[in-house]
Design a protein around this ligand. Structure first.
Ligand code: IMP
Length: 443
């Protein structure tokens, strides 16, 4: 069966903790979208590993797959694999031959375009990893796929077509100088070498066939979504979005496993008990102005600084219309709520229960970001819950949570129409209270 983990908000919901918890029952952990913009920290055997591309399950001895929906920077991939091997691990990572390759020029173009957009405040605040420009080339049918690296002649043909165009964009559109990242021979030499290494290590797969065969043989697959619903290219706050589909549909198109198979499995939405945002764009429930101190407090307590970029994250109250939207877009069968401990001991706990848009009450997000920016949150206040010994609570289970915290969780579950599968009350693996293991719910 499959379990798909989806971010319900703007990324950084703590998906890794659940991938960790449930990955134990998985045979294969699969990423279906994104690239090395997805920072995650995994602690195993007292050691901390910071990854941005390799699926976290690979550290736990699972097969990790980067599906065709991913964009792969082979430099990052091999850096991360080499680091893990230097530290005594033996990660088994397979890469879809249909996945697209992030080339050095994509990163350059990411930076240039963000800079150009910043004049009009339209930059997305990207991670600068070349994600958008790579997906752009994929859709524009001028991308380079992992499979192309395996054949030096094909690789040369692709580079000879695309690189002059990229060079022209830099020079003629942006009036800048194109550097070594735009040198066809140098690119060919490096990336044909990468192809030889991928081949020698037998790392490339036809993802749909590989995963389908494993499923037929009874394997459990965990689809590890990166980022979150509100920065989904289709369902997010365009243009302040990433360029892929973190929503559950991406688990099918991004792996070659059919939607009926994904849909027969479990789809778990991961929710952070408040909101954080790395990047630009509106945020109706943002704690700013008079609430800046509260935001600072939550930011520090929750460690809300970007894993990839180190940027401080913007903080807000939970945005419930955003969660209703996420639940609909992905069809959640359950939710996991993280960071409940971070809100403990506050004088007040609020959520954005709905929006007021020019006098009209909205229960879900409007489809344009401009209208979203005009939404005033209709706040609902909850009784705050006290600081308690969270490790002891995690040990005892759900019923040991403070009453007020359970009221908050019941409300959330009702609003998104899905039961609570897990609650995170601290950063350690042992501090996640598990109510349901989705792999045990196979019909
Ligand atoms: P990109 O994915 O680097 O193109 O960035 C596009 C938008 O997605 C920016 O607002 C980023 O801050 C945001 N973003 C990308 N990856 C993550 C993530 O893993 N967590 C949170 N935000 C992200």
């Amino acid at each position: 069966m499959t379990v798909t983990i989806v971010g319900s908000q703007l990324g950084d919901e703590g998906k890794g903790a659940l991938v960790d918890l449930w990955g134990g029952n998985a045979d294969i952990v699969v990423r279906y979208q994104g690239g090395d913009n997805a920072g995650h920290t995994v602690v195993e055997g007292g050691e901390e590993y910071k990854l941005s591309l390799v699926p976290s399950g690979a550290i736990r001895g699972k097969v990790g797959v980067l599906g065709n929906g991913c964009v792969v920077n082979p430099r990052t991939l091999f850096d991360e694999l080499d680091t893990l091997r230097d530290r005594g691990l033996d990660p088994d990572v397979r890469v879809a031959r249909r996945a697209h390759v992030i080339m050095p020029y994509h990163r350059v173009l990411d930076g240039i375009e963000e800079e150009a957009k910043s004049d009009d405040d339209l930059e997305a605040g990207t991670t600068g990893r070349g994600i958008g420009p790579t997906y752009e080339d994929k859709v524009g049918r001028r991308g380079i796929r992992v499979g192309d690296l395996l054949d030096p002649d094909v690789l040369r043909d692709r580079l000879e077509y695309v690189v002059p165009q990229k060079r022209a964009v830099v020079e003629d559109v942006f009036g800048m100088e194109a550097g070594e990242e735009f040198d066809i021979d140098a690119l060919h030499e490096e990336f044909a070498d990468i192809g030889r290494r991928l081949d020698a290590e037998d790392m490339t797969v036809n993802a749909g066939d590989f995963l389908g065969t494993e499923l037929d043989d009874g394997a459990n697959l965990l689809f590890e979504g990166a980022q979150g619903t509100s920065i989904d290219i289709d369902h997010g706050i365009y243009p302040y979005v990433t360029s892929s589909n973190p929503t559950a549909g991406g688990a099918s198109t991004g792996t070659g496993v059919g939607p009926t198979v994904v849909g027969q499995g479990e789809v778990v939405g991961i929710v952070k008990a408040y909101l954080s945002r790395v990047g630009t764009g509106p945020l109706p429930t943002e704690l700013d102005g008079e609430d800046e101190d509260l935001a600072d407090y939550i930011r520090e307590k929750g460690g809300e600084f970007g894993t990839v970029t180190g940027r401080p994250r913007r903080i807000g109250w939970l945005d419930v219309p955003m969660l209703r939207h996420a639940a609909r877009a992905s069809g959640f069968t359950g939710i996991a709520v993280n960071h409940l401990d971070v809100l403990a001991g506050l004088d007040e706990v609020k959520v954005g229960d709905a929006y007021d848009l020019n006098g009209e009450r909205l229960e879900t997000m409007p489809a344009t970001t401009e209208r979203w920016a005009e939404c005033e949150p209709i706040l609902k206040e909850f009784e705050p819950w006290p600081e308690v010994d969270w490790a002891a609570v995690a040990d005892e289970g759900y019923d040991a949570l403070p009453d007020a915290a359970r009221t908050y969780l019941d409300y959330l579950s009702d609003e998104v129409g899905a039961p609570i599968y897990a609650v995170g009350v601290g950063p350690d693996r042992a501090e996640t209270i598990e109510l349901v293991d989705p792999f045990e719910r196979d019909a």
